[in-house]
Design a protein around this ligand. Structure first.
Ligand code: KG4
Ligand code: ZN
Length: 348
């Protein structure tokens, strides 16, 4: 099955053609980062306008580069949530139009679930083992998700406020390091000695927190206090040299990575999961990869990592998940509207 995937949930306009769920024939990503950089974050109006300007070109290029042409496409898959409503709608409407014109099925895909599938793209050697535990960490999400098979997901824990990527982005802004924050903090932290001169909280959540609902407190995090703690710390202990900035970046990154790794260790401790899959833009973080490798080695399970080009937002993961049976199909898919606050395991 050859699926054309379309993704426009945030600040990347992307299209890809994927064979049988895992073999990527083409993947085109137009990143809007330079457009949002001057504002230090994604500006929704700029994002949706740029999606509108770019989507036809990106989709055409993906089909062309696949070498199959339009006749080779068996289905059209698209992200319908979560994300920015005004961005999602561009991709969803484009996909609906294409599926109707091509007389092919439309498949509505949950963006977070697709990040989990990204670990299987272009990796024929990796066994698809289930149940697996997934950690999806990006600018918009930080969640621990149980996956019983493609299409079956349950959130075990998540951030109660800021996502890990958001915490990195906010800190980089405070430190004047630029946008997006994750890569620059990752880089700055590599220059640190790790001398312990700065310390930040690991975002623990109390069991009586009213926001928990059915989630396990020990598998949830709260990152909103980190930025406040950073600002207080910098008032008391200003980071006036590049060396001091590197120490701050290191300690801040350790707090986030430590929080994520601790929750993963707890989640895999009962031996239920056969692998840990890591997805989302923050999964590019070197320290996070190292820390989770240790967690997985201790638990005796593999750590499944996506190729770097599939860690951030892309459409190959959308087409891929559709190709292995995930998502909403049939007449229901054509009825779909965008669902900006869609959670993993929810059908909207
Ligand atoms: O998945 P993604 O491309 O888009 C969203 O769905 O949000 O993730 C973007 C996020 C940004 O917050 C960015 O700062 C973060 O991923 N990020 C990183 C690294 N590279 C990107 N965070 C930490 N370390 C990195 N190396
Ligand atoms: Zn994403």
């Amino acid at each position: 099955m050859i699926v054309l995937g379309i993704e426009s949930s945030c600040d990347e306009t992307a299209a890809a053609v994927v064979k049988d769920g895992c073999q990527v024939l083409s993947s085109v990503v137009f990143s809007q980062i330079p457009l949002h950089k001057p504002y230090g974050g994604v500006v929704p109006e700029i994002a949706s306008r740029s999606h509108l300007e770019k989507i036809s070109e990106v989709v055409n290029e993906a089909v062309e580069r696949s070498g199959l042409g339009w006749d080779g496409i068996d289905a059209v898959a698209v992200t319908y949530g979560p994300g920015l409503a005004s961005s999602l709608i561009v991709g969803l409407n484009t996909a609906k139009g294409l599926a109707l014109a091509l007389k092919k099925p439309l498949i509505g895909i949950n963006h977070i679930e697709a990040h989990i599938h990204s670990v299987f793209l272009d990796k024929p050697e990796i066994p698809h083992v289930y149940p697996l535990l997934a950690l999806v960490v990006s600018g918009g999400h930080s969640a621990w998700i149980e996956c019983l098979r493609p299409g079956s997901y349950r959130i075990l824990g998540q951030t109660l406020d800021d996502a890990a990527g958001e915490a990195f982005d906010k800190a980089a802004k405070v430190l004047g390091l630029g946008y997006p924050g994750g890569p620059v903090i990752d880089q700055a932290a590599r220059r640190a000695r790790g001398d312990g001169s700065y310390k930040f909280p690991k975002g623990r959540v109390q069991p009586d927190n009213p926001c928990l609902g059915n989630l396990r407190s020990e598998l949830c995090v709260s990152f909103s206090g980190l930025k406040t703690s950073l600002m207080h710390t910098l008032k008391k202990q200003p980071a006036e040299t590049p060396e001091a900035v590197a120490e701050v970046a290191f300690a801040y990154q350790e707090a986030i990575v430590g929080a994520l790794a601790d929750r993963c260790a707890i989640a895999v401790s009962d031996g239920k999961y056969k692998a840990l899959a890591l997805g989302g833009g923050v999964s590019l973080n070197k320290r996070l990869r190292e820390a989770l490798q240790t967690v997985c080695s201790d638990a005796g399970i593999p750590l499944l990592l996506a190729e770097p080009k599939y860690c951030g937002d892309n459409a190959a993961m959308i087409a891929g998940l559709a190709g292995v049976g995930g998502g909403i199909v049939g007449a229901e898919a054509f009825e779909l509207d965008v669902v900006p606050s869609l959670q993993a395991g929810e059908c909207g």
